[in-house]
Design a protein around this ligand. Sequence first.
Ligand SMILES: NC(=O)c1ccc[n+]([C@@H]2O[C@H](COP(=O)([O-])OP(=O)(O)OC[C@H]3O[C@@H](n4cnc5c(N)ncnc54)[C@H](OP(=O)(O)O)[C@@H]3O)[C@@H](O)[C@H]2O)c1
Length: 258
Amino acid sequence: MIKEKFDLTGKVAIITGASKGIGEAMARGLAEFGATVVVSSRKQEAVDAVAAQFREEGLSALGIACHVGNAEQRAALVQQVSDQYGKIDILINNAGTNPYFGPIHKMPEAAYQKTMDVNLNSAIHLSNLVYPIMKAQGGGSIIHISSIEGLHPSKMMMAYNLSKTALIMLGNNQSIEWGKDNIRVNVICPGYVKTKLSASLLANEEASKSLQENCALARAATPDEMAGLAVFLASDASSYMTGSTIVNDGGLLHAPLF
Ligand SMILES: NC(=O)c1ccc[n+]([C@@H]2O[C@H](COP(=O)([O-])OP(=O)(O)OC[C@H]3O[C@@H](n4cnc5c(N)ncnc54)[C@H](OP(=O)(O)O)[C@@H]3O)[C@@H](O)[C@H]2O)c1
């Protein structure tokens, strides 16, 4: 049955940046479809609280803190999950940041480095850590959370745009190298989603007006509107999909020129 292909029972998933926002919603979605989800972010109390809430709802979850920019913490996260469950079927590289909003020529080098380390480099390194595990077990699904900001230029967010564009090419390259190992790699590009990260932007009157005028659905998304796509890409329902970049933006990228 095709319906059964969405079932994630017995699968183990790591979701970074899952203490709130899009990551939390995707973790919940995967867990509701039967996966055991490892909820990860920098703060242990935060991930413990989300995992405890999930377990109260009858879902299978564990919280493990990991600053994705820290090599030791990345290695410890993958080691702990592998030791505890003996497998890793799904990795969602979702943690993201945008520490600098301003012109390119004034961007502090440290802000650039942090953006690249958290948004892009962590996805390369975490993928490389799970690769041998997924290969040995016969396959897996890796999902990178990019953004429509990786598909078009925007003012004042150069490093963020660059990191999100590079994530798309990372997924493309990984899909080519790892397809033979039955490891699928796909990329999701959300539009504007109501979370802490986007709060100040969405509170801006000009940005809010532009969203109303240019987004076909004339609104920002809620985090749970990103979860179904993650479930699909994580599951066997998407077993022939790899190297894909999927936009989930309410029609914002297709804003008409006139
Ligand atoms: N919101 C949007 O409109 C939008 C649009 C397109 C793409 N995205 C992308 O979607 C992803 C999730 O964003 P969001 O809007 O859901 O953000 P959010 O609500 O601010 O949540 C960010 C999550 O990442 C964690 N985090 C931050 N830095 C981290 C680090 N160095 N290591 C590990 N975890 C870290 C945070 O928890 P702790 O503080 O506990 O670490 C939190 O769980 C990001 O990659 C973002 O670029 C968002």
